[in-house]
Write a protein that binds this ligand. Structure first.
Ligand code: PLP
Length: 451
């Protein structure tokens, strides 16, 4: 390949990036990743980075699994493409739908495929509204979500999301989407205990339903653990109360498992970890470990029966794409046969939690929390007061992220929270390295912030 500086110039000239302020990059240029293996990325200058984000929360089995490339090539030779519209199907989509029905809890037995998490959440909006319309309640079309949630970037999924800076661009949200507050105790809990706060936040759902009328509300959607919002682990009281409220008012519950599914929380699904019984689950990312773009909705018997009783006029050219389904099947085989999810639950999550918690002793850190294989630390000038830095929120996080990169570690910042979601196959020694490098980056960020 051409030298890095040339690649950076070509990238700047012609490549528009998601969630990037390109103007701010001008003098610096993008980091160009050349290859990856296990948990390690290598850039075009030969620098290695421990990828504590598993790409974008997705490379659950780690990079460089040859069997995945073979599964893709095998399927491309056999049947590179066919659709699943108009009463046709094919072997990989059938096999994957059946495998997901076997893995998913309860009566989540039916799968509608999409190409991404955003597309799957768009499917969910139309599916729950169609469900109620088919049952004779077309006015029951409001979906309640949460501020600071992330559900994707399309018009529908971006509207479900609760990120105000996204809503400011492009005319979001679409009508009949409402948002309640997030269960973020550290930032918003005030004097309440986490348990009191969890109940208070969950009961906002009930208030919202009563305000709008239960006859207008179709569904509630939430990530079992908010990911892109900053790995926000809700208090233990939160989800049971949300479940009770949905049950009481006959509201469909959608668990957006795009990050949480396929072992991320230490079980196959985040709903199992958090004790949620959803009617629909959104999946993507870890379904193929990011090796191929695929998403979907896993739907319960009752909703599927109603939807299957009409023509659901919805679908994507790549709904159940044969190659992506074959890659997802191979990924699930690896996760299952190598007992990767079991090992995370029995060992790795505990080891990560123990090591990650040590970062709470750093003077720049207010809180270090984790669940399964996702974690967050809060950068603060005063942990006791849960204080924020003077100046712009996120400046400290950005400084810390840069020091991570300089020291061979990919961590993401959300405001002044530093977050991780490493490949599930990370070894204990690699976790030690991750935490050591994070500590070095925190020291350097601390010095810079104090200067
Ligand atoms: N839902 C959640 C919880 C996500 O974290 C994401 C992506 O980060 C999405 C949906 C959107 O998925 P995609 O980027 O595949 O469209």
């Amino acid at each position: 390949h051409p030298p890095t500086s040339e690649l950076q110039a070509l990238d700047a000239a012609h490549h528009m990036h998601p969630f990037t302020h390109a103007g701010e990059l001008k003098d610096k240029g993008v980091r160009v990743i050349a290859r990856a293996n296990g948990v390690t990325l290598t850039d075009t200058d030969g620098n290695d980075y421990l990828d504590a984000m598993a790409g974008l929360w997705c490379v659950n089995i780690g990079y460089g699994r040859e069997e995945m490339a073979e599964a893709a090539a095998r399927q491309m030779r056999e049947l590179p493409y066919y659709n699943t519209f108009f009463q046709t199907s094919h072997v990989p989509a059938i096999a994957l739908a059946n495998k997901l029905a076997e893995l998913a809890p309860g009566d989540l037995n039916h799968v509608f495929f999409a190409g991404s998490g955003s597309e799957a959440n768009d499917t969910n909006i139309r599916m729950v509204r169609t469900y109620w319309a088919q049952k004779g309640h077309p006015e029951k079309n409001i979906i309640i979500s949460r501020k600071n949630a992330y559900h994707g970037s399309s018009m529908g999924s971006g509207s479900l999301g609760g990120m105000s800076f996204m809503h400011e661009q492009g005319g979001l949200p679409i009508p009949d989407i409402h948002h309640i507050d997030q269960p973020h105790w550290w930032a918003e809990g005030g004097d309440m205990t986490p348990e009191e706060f969890g109940l208070e936040r969950a009961r906002q759902l009930e208030k919202k339903i009563e305000e709008l009328g239960a006859d207008r509300v179709a569904a509630f959607i939430g990530e079992p653990i908010q990911g892109a919002g900053g790995v926000i682990i809700p208090p233990s009281t939160y989800w049971p109360e949300i479940q009770r409220i949905c049950d009481k008012h006959g509201i469909l519950l959608i668990a957006d498992e795009v990050i949480c599914a396929f072992g991320r929380t230490g079980k196959w699904f985040g709903s199992e970890t958090m004790g949620i019984r959803p009617h629909i689950m959104t999946i993507a990312k870890g379904l193929s470990s990011g090796y191929a773009p695929i998403g979907g909705s896993i739907v319960c018997d009752e909703v599927a029966e109603v939807i299957n009783n009409c023509e659901f006029a919805h679908g994507y050219t790549y709904s159940g794409h044969p190659m992506t389904c074959a890659v997802a099947l191979e990924n699930l085989r690896i996760l299952e046969e190598e007992k990767i999810v079991d090992h995370v639950g029995a060992h790795t999550a505990g080891y990560l939690a123990k090591k990650w918690a040590t970062l709470a002793d750093h003077p720049l850190v207010g809180e270090a929390s984790s669940i399964g294989m996702m974690g967050a630390i809060v950068l603060t000038p005063d942990a006791e007061k849960r204080a924020k830095f003077a100046g712009n929120e996120g400046d400290a996080g950005l400084i810390c992220r840069e020091h991570c990169f300089q020291n061979g570690l990919v961590m993401r910042h959300v405001g002044d929270r530093m977050i991780i979601s490493p490949p599930l196959v990370i070894t204990d020694a690699e976790i030690d390295t991750l935490v050591e490098r994070a500590w070095i980056a925190l020291d350097l960020a601390h010095k810079q912030l104090e200067a």
